[in-house]
Ligand binder design. Structure first.
Ligand SMILES: [Zn+2]
Ligand SMILES: [Zn+2]
Length: 151
């Protein structure tokens, strides 16, 4: 959990993958972000880093990373996949989709309670819980937004 691989290239090689410039750049982009990125956002990152790529290469790189458990993907309510680097295993924390900025955030400290409350005999491999609302940044940007106060 606390051991971080020294580099993206090592991480890829450790999973038996060919270390390509695209894969390394994708891992770096995901790792640098504080929230999972859409395909388009990853593509924008690669363009900024001047890494040549096309949609197919990028999709393949992302799929491979998900397949190897290096990255995880989560769909927002707009059904677009977001990709994030996996920082703990198994990946079963909750996600938060902000309806303001449209970003999906990993809530690594929020472990869905059902993960530990399964009836006997069930083995959990993957849990998906997406919470919807407004992220802290968007809440600050709109101080007049009504805050839900259940009474
Ligand atoms: Zn937001
Ligand atoms: Zn996540």
């Amino acid at each position: 959990m606390s051991t971080r691989p020294p580099s993206a290239a090592d991480l890829i090689a450790n999973h038996g993958g060919r270390v390509t410039r695209t894969r390394v750049a994708v891992v770096d982009a995901l790792d640098a972000s504080n929230h999972p990125l859409t395909h388009d956002e990853v593509a924008a990152n690669l363009s900024e880093a001047e890494v040549p790529h096309d949609r197919v290469t990028l999709y393949r790189a992302l799929d491979w990373l998900v397949d190897k458990g290096i990255a995880h993907r989560v769909a927002g309510s707009d059904r677009a996949w977001r990709y994030g680097i996996v920082r703990e295993a198994p990946h079963q924390h909750a996600h938060f989709h902000c309806s303001g900025c449209g970003n999906v955030f990993c809530l690594e400290q929020v472990q869905p309670a059902f993960a530990i409350a399964l009836p006997g005999g069930y083995q959990l491999d993957r849990a998906e819980l997406i919470l919807h609302g407004i992220c802290p940044t968007c809440r600050q940007a709109e101080p007049t937004a009504p805050s839900p106060e259940p009474r």
